[in-house]
Design a protein around this ligand. Structure first.
Ligand code: GUN
Length: 290
């Protein structure tokens, strides 16, 4: 059996065109464009690529994007001041600080400083708390995109065993919380494995849905996957042989029922969800003010 490909790129294009159709009349009615401000610190090449993709995607759907670039040796105080300015600017509806930040920066303090109503990444503790309570406001973009992908391909989560590899604040933890929500988009039984889990294969082999978000090239091998399972690969690893995921794609696709490619799987959906979060932020701020 060869797995069906979950085409995140195509779904993201559909979501963007739906969003563009909603944004245009809204922008006309309110006489403004929803605006995302991205803060890029230093010159991490991957971060620069990701931020560039986010900005380009904004333009495609009629959102405005601003880029604030700061040097790698920026002080904590200067970065916080930048966030404060964006928070106070009524022309900015969404604020994101691209991660990772340089070592002199206390990341948690920066994330806490973003106005929770402009926190389109969903990383502020207030938004994390709302998600954990099952009443999300802004859902972190990668887990939100994975849920959309599963819905689109009618892959149910309710009552099924989902194994998440990785416990990051950006993917693993919010993913687990989304899947635990009550209702048809959640209701999963969730296992989270991480770097201190002995023999993760014991768990992954039991998974109906396996989500790999560890940042280790090809760590998920065919013997770790139950035949017919759905495999979602969040990894984007730069290796001498090019971009590879956390899943050994060529081998695992022979076993899995559904699988995401890298690139063209989860990545484009992450960007699409960011655009939706930005529009949602703008609606929240403008409609509340009016
Ligand atoms: N770095 C890797 N993923 C993300 C993300 O979703 N948002 C931000 N701000 N930084 C990241």
């Amino acid at each position: 059996m060869t797995a069906t490909l979950l085409d995140g790129k195509a779904l993201a294009a559909r979501l963007r065109s739906q969003l563009a159709e909603e944004v245009a009349p809204w922008a006309k009615r309110h006489g403004l464009r929803p605006t995302l401000a991205a803060v890029l610190v230093g010159d991490n090449p991957a971060s620069r690529v990701y931020v560039g993709k986010k900005q380009q995607a904004c333009r495609k759907v009629g959102l405005e994007s601003r880029l604030v670039e700061l040097p790698a040796d920026v002080s904590q105080a200067r970065l916080l001041e930048t966030v404060d300015q964006l928070n106070a600017d009524p022309g900015v509806h969404g604020v994101l600080v691209q991660l990772p930040l340089p070592p002199q920066i206390e990341t948690q303090e920066v994330l806490r400083r973003v106005d929770p109503r402009k926190d389109v990444d969903g990383f502020h503790p207030e938004n994390v708390g709302l998600l954990v309570q099952g009443r999300p406001r802004f859902v972190p973009c990668t887990p939100a995109g994975i849920c959309r992908l599963l819905q689109h391909y009618e892959i149910p989560t309710a009552g099924r065993h989902v194994v998440v590899l990785g416990r990051s604040d950006i993917v693993g933890k919010p993913m687990a919380n989304l899947l635990l929500r009550r209702g048809p988009e959640g209701d999963a039984t969730v296992t989270v494995c991480h770097s201190r889990t002995p023999e993760p294969a014991r768990f992954t082999r039991e998974a109906d849905i396996l989500i790999a978000a560890v940042g280790r090239p090809k760590m998920v091998t065919a013997d770790m996957v139950r035949p017919g399972a759905t495999v979602i690969d969040v990894g984007i690893n730069r290796t001498p042989e090019g971009l590879v995921g956390d899943v050994d794609f060529d081998a695992v696709r022979q076993v899995a029922g559904f699988i995401t490619p890298v690139p063209g799987g989860v990545g484009p959906l992450t960007v699409a969800m960011l655009l939706w979060n930005t529009f949602q932020a703008a609606r929240g701020q403008v409609e509340q003010a009016g």
